[in-house]
Design a protein around this ligand. Structure first.
Ligand SMILES: [Zn+2]
Length: 314
């Protein structure tokens, strides 16, 4: 059986057998979602999802991490949680879903959340799971287990960014290098660098070079702050990189009415804002969203500069 078919079976079986998954996937059918039109013509979906509080409000400082048992290590996972082995990884169902089909894919070893050594595995998984978009949250960009390397995956078509990329309305081909098309985005409220290629080695090489450029901009970080989405369609790998400048926006830390509890990660970058509190879901406006992007993401101009540096056009 293919990994993709095994994964479908896993999801079905776990939702039936594992009470926590049964409850939370049933709950997902009742979550509220609304669409907010943004300047520039795009839309952001906002999802009210109280079960995501543990992720949005996760304490990811070194002390808190050290003091808790790692929930991604096999020895600490509940017995009822089954997995599918794929190379050095195990495909699991995420018991606190955002997507109707939501996976967590931890490495089998308890090893730090750093994308560089595992980027090729992300491409391989995108091929193995053709109905999913893979995503990676950096240790200071939404990962609630920064000490245990993992990807997540959610069903394709859920995040507006995928169709927005295909539409050609916002992303323009800026350069071609080493068999990879490099795209920059305009009028989309956040800086994104997108790469398309049929050749996994070529795209991995461009990612590595971009990673080096971003590292030079954030020498104080363990890796450059980023979120990454990757999927495989029409025989091509598509990778969207969101260079980040901040972990959590100012509104996260405010008290009282000014607070919006949002801790942006890949899914928010992909156009679905997750709000675990009802008051945030109700009050969130296009201005708030643009302001949050503005604080936590590299600008469109910043991404253009990274792309120019990548092709030596500076
Ligand atoms: Zn672990």
């Amino acid at each position: 059986m293919t990994t993709s078919l095994k994964t479908k079976e896993l999801i079905k079986g776990q939702i039936q057998k594992w009470d926590l998954a049964t409850t939370n996937y049933a709950g997902l059918q009742k979550v509220k979602t609304k669409s907010i039109p943004m300047g520039g013509g795009s839309e952001i979906k906002v999802q009210f999802n109280p079960e995501r509080m543990r992720s949005s409000a996760a304490k990811v400082d070194a002390k808190s991490i050290q003091e808790r048992p790692c929930f991604l290590c096999e020895k600490n996972r509940p017995e009822v949680q089954e997995g599918i082995a794929y190379k050095d990884f195990t495909i699991l169902i995420n018991p606190f879903p955002i997507f109707p089909e939501h996976l967590t894919i931890p490495h089998n070893a308890h090893t730090l959340q750093l994308i560089a050594p595992h980027f090729k595995s992300m491409l391989d998984l995108a091929v193995e799971l053709p109905e999913f978009t893979l995503f990676y949250n950096g240790p200071k960009c939404g990962a609630s287990a920064p000490d245990h390397f993992h990807f997540q995956a959610g069903g394709k078509g859920f995040m507006p960014l995928e169709a927005d990329f295909r539409s050609g309305q916002y992303a323009q081909l800026k350069h071609e290098k080493g068999g990879v098309e490099l795209y920059s985005w305009k009028g989309y409220n956040r800086g994104i660098i997108s790469m398309v290629s049929s050749n996994p080695k070529a795209i991995a090489k461009q990612f590595e070079e971009m990673h080096t450029h971003l590292t030079a901009l954030q020498t104080e970080e363990i890796e450059p702050m980023l979120n990454v989405l990757a999927y495989h369609e029409f025989e091509h790998y598509v990778v969207h990189v969101f260079p980040r400048t901040l972990h959590r926006p100012a509104c996260y830390f405010k008290e009282g009415e000014g607070q919006i509890l949002i801790s942006p990660a890949s899914v928010d970058m992909g156009g679905v804002f997750i709000t675990p509190r009802p008051e945030d879901y109700e009050k969130m406006t296009a201005t708030d969203i643009a302001d949050i992007f503005n604080q936590v993401c590299m600008s469109e101009q910043g991404c253009d500069q990274v792309l120019d540096a990548l092709v030596g056009d500076v």
